[in-house]
Design a binder for this molecule. Structure first.
Ligand code: AMP
Length: 368
C-alpha cells in the first residue's frame, strides 16, 4: 500500500506485467512499420515512461517526438482538453504513431485526432499501453493496445494522482476497501430520505436518492425529467435502463466519496444486478442493505401528510400511493431475498422517534 496526497493505493500491475504489455505493443507496431522510419509521438506527461521503454523494445529505425495535452484534474476527467505542446514539424508524408499511456473516455484521443487532422501524414495510428473499454465512448478504434483494464483509478508508471506517483515502477489502484456502501430499502414513506440525511453526516457518505435526481430533472425540465415525469406522476417505476444509467452517472460524479447511501435504488432485480456489476467494475461492493419496516396504513397516512407540504403529485392521492405499494410488492420486495442470499439484508423497525430509528440503523452499520 502507498499513500499519495489523501488517498491509499494498492499494487495492481507488476513491473514485469507492464513491460510485457509494452513489448506486445512494440512487436505489433514493428510488424507493420519496420520497413520505414515512423515517428513516434508521446503524449505528455503520462506517457514518458511508456515511450522510453517502448523505444528500447522497438529495435528498428525510428524518430521520437512529443505533444502535450491536459485533461485530468484530480480523479475524474474534466472534459477540458488544452494543447500545451503542438504537433512536431516536418511530419508531412510520414507515418505517425501516437504513444498514449492510457485511454479511458476517449476525450483526449479525439483532441489528438483533431490535432493531426490537417497534417497530411501518410499514416496516423494510436498505440495505448492501457485501455478502459468500459468507459471508452469515442468513435476511433484504437490501433494497438497493451492491456485492457477495468474502470479503476490507477497511478504509477507515468500516471499520476494530482502529479504524485509518476515515478513508481509498478501500477497501483485506488484502495476502496475502507468504503461503506449502503442500500436503504423500504416502501415509500418508510423514512429512507430522512434517515439518509442523518447517516450521511454521521458516516461521511454521499447520499444518492434516485427519486430526488428525477425530481431535480423534472424541475429543470431536462429530457430525462420529461421522460420520468409521466411514470412518476402515476406512481409507476421509471424504466430500468434510464434509471440504471442515471445512477451510474451519479456514482461516477463522486470518485473520491468515502462511500454511498443508495436511497430508492435498486427497486428491481435488474437494477440490483446492474448495481453489483457496476460496483464490481470499480472494485466496490454493497456492504449492507437495510430495510426500514412499517405498516401500509401508517405509511399512507405519512405520505398524505407529506404531500400537503411537498407538493409531490404522487403523495397527494391515495390511489397513486397504493399503486406505488403495488409496484414495490411486485418488483422491489423480491430484492430482500436477493440481498439475503448475499448475507447482506438487515431489517430495522421503522416506527418510532426519528432519532431512535437513526440509532437502530447506526447499530447495524457499526457492526458491519
Ligand atoms: P421516491 O422519491 O424514491 O419515492 O421515488 C419517486 C418516484 O421516482 C418513484 O415512484 C418512481 O417513479 C421514480 N423512481 C425513483 N427511483 C426509482 C428506481 N430506482 N427505479 C424506477 N423508478 C424510480
Amino acid at each position: 500500500m502507498i499513500k499519495l496526497h489523501d488517498k491509499v493505493f494498492k499494487p495492481y500491475l507488476s513491473e514485469a506485467e507492464i513491460l510485457q504489455a509494452v513489448q506486445k505493443v512494440a512487436d505489433a507496431v514493428a510488424a507493420d512499420y519496420k520497413d520505414e522510419v515512423p515517428i513516434f509521438v508521446g503524449v505528455l506527461n503520462g506517457s514518458f515512461m511508456f515511450v522510453a521503454d517502448f523505444l528500447k523494445a522497438y529495435e528498428h529505425p525510428c524518430e521520437v517526438s512529443f505533444v502535450k495535452l491536459s485533461s485530468y484534474q484530480g480523479l475524474t476527467s474534466t472534459g477540458i482538453v488544452e494543447t500545451l505542446l503542438d504537433v512536431p514539424e516536418n511530419i508531412k508524408g510520414r507515418s505517425v504513431i501516437i504513444l498514449e499511456d492510457i485511454i479511458d473516455t476517449g476525450r483526449t484521443l479525439q483532441q489528438l485526432v483533431n490535432l493531426f487532422a490537417d497534417t497530411n501524414v501518410k499514416a496516423f495510428k494510436i498505440a495505448s499501453l492501457f485501455y478502459k473499454p468500459d468507459v471508452y465512448n469515442g468513435e476511433y478504434t484504437i490501433d494497438y493496445v497493451g492491456l485492457e483494464i477495468p474502470n479503476r483509478f490507477i497511478v504509477g508508471y507515468g500516471l499520476d494522482y494530482n502529479e504524485l506517483g509518476r515515478n513508481l515502477k509498478q501500477v497501483y489502484q485506488l484502495n476502496q476497501t475502507d468504503m461503506i456502501n449502503l442500500v436503504l430499502f423500504g416502501k415509500p414513506g418508510a423514512g429512507k430520505g430522512t434517515q439518509a440525511g442523518f447517516l450521511k453526516e454521521k458516516y461521511n457518505l454521499k447520499h444518492i436518492s434516485t427519486g430526488d435526481v428525477f425530481r431535480f430533472n423534472i424541475k429543470n425540465n431536462t429530457e430525462l425529467g420529461i421522460l420520468a415525469k409521466s411514470y412518476m406522476d402515476k406512481g409507476d417505476l421509471v424504466p430500468d435502463e434510464v434509471t440504471i444509467n442515471m445512477l451510474k452517472d451519479e456514482v461516477e460524479k463522486n470518485p473520491d466519496a468515502a462511500g454511498f447511501i443508495f436511497d430508492g435504488f435498486p427497486r428491481t432485480t435488474a437494477q440490483a444486478k446492474a448495481l453489483d456489476n457496476f460496483l464490481d467494475s470499480k472494485d466496490m461492493v454493497i456492504d449492507a442493505t437495510i430495510a426500514l419496516e412499517a405498516d401500509d396504513d401508517i405509511l399512507v397516512a405519512r405520505l398524505l401528510e407529506r404531500g400537503k407540504d411537498s407538493g409531490r403529485p404522487d403523495d397527494q392521492d391515495e390511489s397513486k400511493i397504493r399503486n406505488r405499494f403495488d409496484e414495490y410488492n411486485q418488483k422491489t420486495a423480491p430484492l430482500k431475498e436477493y440481498y439475503d442470499r448475499q448475507g447482506k439484508f438487515h431489517a430495522v423497525n421503522g416506527i418510532g422517534e426519528i432519532t431512535e430509528i437513526t440509532e437502530r440503523l447506526g447499530k447495524v452499520i457499526d457492526e458491519l
